[in-house]
Design a protein around this ligand. Structure first.
Ligand SMILES: [Zn+2]
Ligand SMILES: [Zn+2]
Length: 927
């Protein structure tokens, strides 16, 4: 069902010809496993923790050795690491690895007919069919799954096993194994995956592929149709996840990951007879090429957004992607990319294929590659021969990806890479780094983006701050999350430029122009905001020194989790100035940044985290303030520039050969006056070149807290006199929470024992009283913990307890917004109250809280001072009641009752965050 039968005959011939070296090398990878009597199948499911799978000394990912379940190695520290948390993480890699071994073995058997391989694939499938239903679908991090902790991992695993079964059934006799695998693995796994719809996420690409493959083998046309044509199906992903320029909206890392999944989807859909519109198909084909269009000079991909840092494209998986793209096209870009990947003068390293973990990649250092390094997909699908490279520079051109919003200007035959990252904000994996400037010369990463380290480590907050980027931000706070807008892009060869705009904060906009010449660039930042808007522009150029004296001083900055300033460990600043020069050297490339500002600025040298798992390092930050302002810089990386002078009208760059370039922006054009040593002048104009683009995307307007409409009717809160005893009449101020308010995890509301609650509110002249009565047995109140070993969330979310959100005007008329987590403690009536968030740095009001046990659960009373959030008699708020069974059944909460409604949502990854747009509006009755 997944493969065309005729194709297998053709592939058998190829496996004896062009692909004989590949078949031979894949067979060698399998030797140890194929000859072991017993295949190890873990009996516990994989578990994600903060520490698991990472070296305790250096934080790097531990090596994966499929034959070593309990002794792990850090190849960076040359150290052996043991511990249960590592063993349980190892299981994740192992299960994926073993599933991929099944499909490798099946594919080899399909094309070469070796019984050893058939037996290996069958043994893996049959052991998994035996074991699958005994893994508990419980206590997951991101979606239902038995084998793993996230649904998409199970999807990748199931997909491999489905292909393995299909190839076996194509190539050999159909046995009872097929029906066992269908009944005990594919059908229940697909049912579980189908429950959890991840919308436009890259993960849903894998869910769709697994569902489609399983549905084909199970003859389930309804599920197949949903996986292709449903609202979160393949066609929607080709239309909206993949942008019209052929890039996946979540950045390079997720582009590669999602596009590998789209290959399965498109291939399976075509085989099943679904029609893919031509525009979407050509977009999918373009997506094979785009990773090479933005590759850095060292052939790594830019680590934008949540990408891993410095990942080489010289990996067998990437070569396989080129091969699969070339199987259906004659792309000169893919031919050039493959020519680059198959170059013989690159040192040979460990390709990692023998320990590869299916489609959940573990990146390895660059290695030279040949067609014998490819995987099973190439064995079954790659073209017999590859086209010769016609244009070796096809991948080293300047390029604008207008939908992604990434403008690349290259010089020096591709050795110099300048880019402005201005556009698509990137969804949940995006960073607040619109207008981020890149400059890479050969191997020297002068200005870049270092991506993200671990998702379950606090360093995540640094990497997701504007401060960690070469991007402007306002008021000391990370940029708001919004798409930027392109205003101009023109590449003339001698000069090229790009101009873009982004909103940095609710009332602050900035425009950044980057003009690239031979050996230097001009960087101009304009901003408009309210009076005294503080603008920060970091330049993360390492090992540099400033032309002005710096004195140690603490820097003020936003204290938000993702503002980044909490990660600064040293700081020094200059006196206010309007000019300064930063000089540095990166891998032998001398860099100079000549700064010129219309308003005075202070130059800061800060020390902050380096790239993931690397030491801290110094960088510079330019801080200025004003309602509007202009900051200009000339960045040079060759010795070509002798002096830079700035005036109101222009910035003048004197070159060592006696020539002079006078740069000025006028409206949406950039003018360069080239003055030769003899005084002869020539004018050049860089234009927007793109036509009007200004209304392309909506301008972001932040919601005002007080104008949000209520989602449901809330009873008016009654006034009571003095200290309330029992709160007044249920009809007037009691809200009952049940199935409609439940956010589930693996278990439905019924399966979770039908947790219910009532919330009653009343107000005295000074305080809001809330009585929350929870019907849920047995209760499980977590003890106080300072650290959550599982992830970055507050440990008290994994307990029975309450998250409270209150927002409104305080007595001075300021808008306030607060949240708390409350967990009952023994002995009653003690309640552990943790203040979590407040806006504008306001101190969080103190709550009074008490609890008591009830026959059906527990009751909590909370008293909050009205003057801090409801001074005008109304407020916005929400109450979320976490629930979990006592350990050891779970270590993560099971579900939540949400006052503003459950909306059929899932509880995964929500931490203690609740979007303000969900808050309900409460009005206190007049006395
Ligand atoms: Zn280490
Ligand atoms: Zn970033």
């Amino acid at each position: 069902m997944l493969l065309v039968p005729a194709k297998l005959d053709q592939r058998r011939l190829l496996a004896r010809g062009a692909f004989a070296p590949l078949a031979g090398s894949l067979a060698r990878d399998l030797e140890r496993l194929a000859h072991s009597d017993d295949i190890y199948i873990p009996t516990t499911k994989a578990r994600l923790t903060r520490a698991g799978g990472r070296c305790p000394a250096c934080g790097s990912m531990l090596d994966f050795d499929p034959f070593s379940p309990s002794r792990h190695r850090c190849s960076r520290c040359q150290m052996e690491v043991v511990g249960e948390e590592h063993d349980l993480m190892w299981i994740m890699w192992y299960q994926l690895w073993l599933a991929e071994r099944a499909v490798h073995a099946a594919a080899l058997y399909g094309v070469a007919g070796d019984e050893t391989h058939r037996s290996l694939a069958e043994r893996i499938l049959s052991r998994y069919a035996e074991q699958y239903l005994s893994y508990p679908n419980r206590d997951n991090v991101l979606g239902p799954t038995r084998v793993f902790f996230s649904t998409y991992l199970e999807s990748i695993w199931t997909l491999q096993l489905a292909y393995a079964l299909d190839v076996l059934e194509r190539a050999g006799p159909r046995t009872t194994l097929g029906s066992t695998v269908r009944d005990r693995l594919l059908a229940p796994s697909a049912a579980l995956i189908a429950q959890y719809d991840e919308g436009l996420s890259n993960r849903q690409v894998w869910n769709n592929a697994a569902l489609l493959a399983a549905a084909r083998l199970l003859d389930d046309s309804g599920t197949a149709d949903q996986a292709v044509r449903g609202p979160s199906g393949l066609l929607t992903h080709l239309q909206r996840g993949l942008l019209a320029d052929g890039t996946w909206y979540e950045g390079e890392n997720y582009h590669l990951f999602a596009h590998r999944g789209l290959w399965y989807g498109v291939t399976l859909a075509a085989q099943a007879g679904f029609d893919i519109p031509e525009t979407l198909h050509s977009r999918y084909e373009r997506a094979f090429e785009t990773p090479f269009l933005t590759a850095l000079p060292d052939f790594t991909f830019p680590s934008r957004r949540d990408s891993q840092y410095r990942v080489s494209l010289r990996q067998w998986r990437i070569a396989e992607s080129c091969e699969l793209g070339l199987a259906d096209s004659q792309s000169p870009i893919l031919a050039a990319a493959l020519g680059e990947l198959y170059r013989e003068d690159i040192p040979r390293g460990e390709t990692g294929r023998a320990v590869s973990t299916a489609e959940a990649e573990r990146n390895v250092p660059a290695s030279s590659l040949t067609r014998a390094d490819l995987g099973w997909k190439s064995l079954l699908f790659a073209a017999p021969s590859i086209p010769s490279v016609v244009d070796t520079h096809a991948t080293a051109q300047s390029v604008l990806l207008p939908e992604q919003g990434f403008a690349v200007l290259r010089r020096d035959a591709g050795r110099t890479f300048v880019a402005l990252d201005y556009g698509e904000s990137g969804g949940g994996h995006g960073h607040p780094d619109r207008l981020n400037l890149w400059l890479v010369v050969g191997n020297a990463r002068i200005l870049e983006d270092v991506g993200t380290g671990s998702y379950v480590d606090p360093s995540l907050y640094w990497y997701r701050s504007s401060l960690a980027h070469n991007a402007p931000f306002a008021g000391g706070h990370s940029q708001l999350r919004a798409d930027g807008l392109l205003l101009g892009y023109e590449e003339r060869g001698d000069f090229g430029w790009t101009l873009a705009r982004a909103a940095l904060a609710p009332n602050v906009e900035a425009e950044r122009a980057i003009v690239v010449a031979d050996g230097y660039l001009v960087d101009e930042l304009l901003w408009t905001g309210a009076l005294d808007t503080i603008i920060d522009l970091p330049y993360h150029v390492v090992a540099s020194a400033a032309s002005v004296p710096l004195t140690d001083a603490p820097i003020a900055g936003g204290r938000g989790l993702e503002d980044g300033f909490d990660a600064i460990s040293a700081s020094a600043c200059s006196e206010p100035a309007t000019e300064a020069i930063i000089n540095g050297e990166v891998l032998g490339i001398g860099v100079s940044i000549s700064l010129h500002a219309d308003l005075p600025f202070v130059l800061w040298r800060l020390r902050g985290p380096g790239p993931p798992n690397e030491p801290q390092r110094d960088f510079f930050l330019v801080r200025s303030a004003g309602a509007t302002g202009r900051l200009r810089a000339v960045v040079s990386w060759t010795n070509i520039v002798s002096e830079v002078r700035a005036s109101e009208e222009m910035i003048s760059v004197a070159l060592r050969d006696g020539a002079r370039h006078e740069h000025a922006r006028r409206e949406d054009e950039w003018h360069v006056n080239l003055v030769a040593p003899g005084g002869k002048a020539k004018a050049i104009t860089l234009t927007p070149a793109l036509g009007p683009l200004k209304s392309q995307r909506p301008v972001y307007t932040p919601p005002s807290l007080m104008t949000l409409m209520p989602a449901i009717d809330v009873p008016r809160i009654a006034r009571v006199d003095g200290e309330a005893g029992e709160l007044p009449t249920p009809q007037k101020s009691l809200i009952q929470l049940g199935v409609a308010h439940y956010r589930r995890s693996e278990q439905s509301w019924d399966e979770a024992g039908r947790p219910r609650a009532t919330v009653a509110m009343a107000a005295t002249a000074t305080d809001l009283y809330m009585d929350i009565s929870v019907e849920k047995r047995p209760v499980a109140f977590a003890a106080a913990r300072t650290l959550n070993p599982l992830d970055n969330e507050h440990p008290d979310i994994n307990s029975d307890g309450v998250q409270l959100y209150l927002a409104g005007n305080d007595a001075e008329g300021h808008q306030r917004s607060f949240s708390w987590i409350l967990v009952p403690e023994a002995p009653a009536p003690n309640v552990r109250v943790t203040a979590r968030e407040s806006n504008n740095g306001a101190s969080v009001p103190t709550l009074r809280a008490s609890w008591r046990a009830t026959a059906r659960g527990y009751a909590l009373r909370i008293v909050a001072p009205l003057a801090t959030f409801a001074a005008d008699g109304s407020f916005l708020g929400d109450v979320i009641i976490n629930e979990m069974p006592p350990p050891p059944e779970r270590e993560r909460r099971r579900g939540q009752l949400v006052l503003s409604g459950g909306r059929g949502e899932w509880v995964y990854l929500r931490g203690d965050r609740q979007d303000a747009s969900r808050f309900l509006r409460f009005v206190i009755a007049h006395a």
